[in-house]
Design a binder for this molecule. Structure first.
Ligand code: PMP
Length: 283
C-alpha cells in the first residue's frame, strides 16, 4: 500500500515524493520538524505543535510558510487520503534548496513535507510493562529547545540502548538528567512529580506541558527543577512523555529497578487522564 505524501503544495504517491539533493535539510540538517499524533482519526494537541513549530522556525530566522489553518487543513487532508485512524503525522520544514554555503540563502523557498505513519499507540505493551532505560552522556548541541532534524546523537543513544537490551536512553549532563532520546523525563518521589525546568537544555515537550497541566488540575504536586541520575534511581516512579508514547512508565534505569520494577500508580493515572482529556479535545 502506497501512502499519499504532501510535498510543497502537492499530494503525491510516496514513490513520487522527492526533494532536491541541494536541499539544506539534506546538506546541513537545516530544518525543523513536528510529530502530531492521530487517535480515532483526529489530531491530538495540534495547536501546541503548531505553536512550537513557529517558535522553532523563528529561532532559525525562517518565515512560517503556512498559517495555522492551512497547516491544519493539510494534516486533515492526509488523515482523509490515507484513512489514518491511529498513528502519527510527521511534518518537516527546511530552509529550502540553494547552492551549498554556510550562510543562509536569501531567496530560497522553504521545503515542506508531511507524511503519515499508521501505528497502534494507545494499546501499548510498553505502557503496560514499563520500559528500561540506560544512561548516556548528553553530547548534543546546546539549543535543544529548537526541534531540528539533526537527530544523529539521539539515534546513537537509542542504538546503544537496544544493544544493552534496554528500550531507550536518558541523557545526563553534569550529573543531571536532561531528557530521553525522544521524550521528556520525569520522576515521582513521595507523590510529587519532579521534572526538569524548561530552558535551552531540553525540548519543550508539548505532551510534557499538557500532562503537567492535568497533573496540577488533579491537585498533584509538581516541581520543575533538574534532578540527578542518583535521585532518579531512588525515585518511587519514573516515566517519559512524548506525542506518540503519551505517558510511559520507566521501570529500570541502568541496573536499578524503579518502583519494584513495575509501573506505578502516578504514571498510570496520568496516562489515563492524558488520553481521556486529549481525545475529548482532539480536532
Ligand atoms: N524531547 C526530545 C528530545 C524529543 O525528541 C521529543 C519528541 N520529539 C520530546 C522531548 C517530547 O516532545 P513532545 O511531547 O512534543 O512529543
Amino acid at each position: 500500500m502506497s501512502r499519499i505524501v504532501y510535498v510543497n503544495g502537492e499530494y503525491v504517491p510516496e514513490e513520487e515524493a522527492k526533494v532536491s539533493v541541494f536541499d539544506r535539510g539534506f546538506l546541513m540538517a537545516d530544518g525543523v520538524y513536528e510529530v502530531t499524533t492521530v487517535i480515532d482519526g483526529r489530531l491530538i494537541d495540534f495547536d501546541g505543535h503548531a505553536a512550537r513549530l513557529v517558535r522553532s522556525l523563528t529561532e532559525l530566522e525562517m518565515a512560517s510558510p503556512l498559517a495555522r489553518d492551512e497547516l491544519l487543513e493539510i494534516h486533515r487532508e492526509l488523515v482523509r487520503r490515507n484513512d489514518l485512524i491511529e498513528g502519527m503525522i510527521y511534518l518537516q520544514i527546511t530552509r529550502g534548496v540553494a547552492d551549498r554555503e554556510f550562510t543562509y540563502p536569501e531567496d530560497a523557498a522553504p521545503t515542506v513535507v508531511l507524511f503519515t505513519q499508521a501505528r497502534g499507540l494507545v494499546d501499548s505493551p510498553a505502557a503496560a510493562r514499563g520500559i528500561a532505560v540506560i544512561s548516556i552522556p548528553d553530547l548534543r548541541w546546546r539549543r535543544r529547545d529548537i526541534k531540528t532534524v539533526q537527530l544523529l546523537y539521539p539515534s546513537m543513544g537509542k542504538m546503544a540502548a537496544v544493544k544493552a537490551g534496554a528500550n531507550d536512553a536518558w541523557m545526563v549532563e553534569n550529573g543531571f538528567v536532561t531528557e530521553g532520546t525522544s521524550n521528556n523525563a520525569h520522576i515521582v518521589k513521595d507523590g510529587r512529580i519532579i521534572t526538569r525546568n524548561l530552558s535551552n537544555d531540553i525540548l519543550h515537550g508539548i505532551t510534557r506541558a499538557t500532562v503537567l497541566k492535568f497533573a496540577r488540575e488533579a491537585q498533584m504536586e509538581v516541581e520543575e527543577r533538574p534532578f540527578t541520575l542518583e535521585e532518579a534511581k531512588e525515585a518511587d516512579e519514573a516515566f517519559v512523555t512524548s506525542a506518540s508514547t503519551f505517558v510511559t512508565p520507566v521501570v529500570k534505569i541502568d541496573e536499578t529497578a524503579i518502583g519494584g520494577g513495575a509501573p506505578g500508580p502516578v504514571a498510570k493515572r496520568l496516562r489515563e487522564i492524558y488520553l481521556d482529556e486529549t481525545r475529548k479535545a482532539a480536532i
